[in-house]
Design a protein around this ligand. Structure first.
Ligand code: 13P
Ligand code: SF4
Length: 315
């Protein structure tokens, strides 16, 4: 086998040829680097990607996102090969809620319904009553029976936002996203001073001190549609800056200012897990059909139940 990795344009051509040969579909989240977004067959937020994975007839799903997203694709599509360019592409939210800790919580709170954000492992999903994403979370919470207490896991910021929005009291698991918790209120105020007409758009994973300034709060796809249709032309973007690539493509005249993190000269507003995926790793994954996501059938079946409930609620 030829083990040389082609470079630049040749790499893109080679990925294209392999994608056809493997009958593969490339799904990518908005937080992927622009070159990966541009080669993907489908780009979307977590819910759109889950639906695309469910509906594809491709033989191979190459998931350019993070591990829990690829797991969701496998749960929904067990007969397809699901590839992940880098198996180490995790998620701090998913890491914050190990299944054994959730099982212990459930044992001591037997009345509680568990609503889990899709950013969790398959094993955690398997213990959940219903899953939600940031684009359908309000709908999911509003669909929960009023007479049952709720645990919302694992994102305490999204959970607190849902309490404020729906008025529904919930226990919150103490997880956060390492990207969205790092946004600096001081940097936000500085950008607002320099761009007084700018609208602030924020993902609900942000801390409440950032969300308090937001003109619009929503999932990545909702932020994109807001910036595309808003009468404003300048936007301060309080989420992972990968989304700005699509904002610029959807509305080239707009000005999109990424909100920096608290570190002075770091790229800590970029998701280090998402950014593990590269063109080279995509090429190798399609060439070798590895790394491949595998899952035991009992976990998959149990995790499918709360995902299907979510799909029914947000159909
Ligand atoms: P979306 O569902 O809004 O794309 O969010 C996914 C995510 O991981 C945000 O950090
Ligand atoms: Fe997880 Fe945050 Fe990265 Fe999204 S941005 S995948 S929540 S670590």
């Amino acid at each position: 086998m030829n083990t040389t990795i082609p470079t630049c344009d040749a790499l893109l051509d080679a990925i294209d040829a392999l994608r056809r040969e493997r009958k593969a579909v490339i799904l990518a989240h908005y937080y992927q680097e622009p070159a990966i977004q541009d080669l993907a067959d489908f780009i979307g937020d977590s819910l759109q990607l889950a639906r695309a994975a469910r509906d594809t007839d491709a033989e191979v799903i190459l998931f350019c996102g993070v591990h829990f997203m690829a797991e969701t694709a496998k749960i929904l599509n067990p007969d397809r090969i699901v590839l992940v360019p880098d198996m180490k592409a995790g998620c701090s939210l998913a890491d914050s809620c190990p299944a054994d800790q959730l099982a212990a919580y459930k044992a001591s709170h037997p009345d509680h319904l568990v609503v889990s954000y899709i950013n969790c492992t398959a094993a955690t999903k398997a213990l959940s009553d219903v899953i939600c994403t940031s684009s359908n979370a309000v709908k999911v919470i509003e669909a929960m029976p009023k007479d049952r207490p709720i645990l919302f896991a694992p994102d305490r910021n999204l959970g607190a936002y849902l309490i404020r929005t729906t008025g529904r009291q919930m226990d919150l698991w103490p997880g956060t996203c390492i990207v969205h918790e790092t946004f600096s209120e001081r940097a936000l105020l500085d950008l607002k001073l320099r761009h007084p007409d700018a609208k602030v758009v924020a993902h609900p994973e942000c801390e409440p001190d950032i969300l308090a300034y937001a003109d619009f709060v929503g999932s990545t796809s909702a932020l994109l549609s807001y910036t595309r249709t808003s009468p404003a032309t300048t936007f301060i973007v309080a989420t992972e800056p990968g989304i700005i690539h699509q904002m610029e493509k959807a509305r080239p005249g707009g000005v999109y200012l990424p909100l920096p993190g608290t570190g002075e000269h770091c790229a800590c507003n970029e998701c280090p897990f998402m950014r593990l995926n590269t063109l080279e790793k995509i090429y190798l994954a399609l060439r070798d059909l590895q790394p491949r996501l595998e899952m035991d059938e009992a976990t998959r079946k149990a995790a499918l139940v709360p995902i299907e409930r979510m799909m029914a609620i947000s159909a």
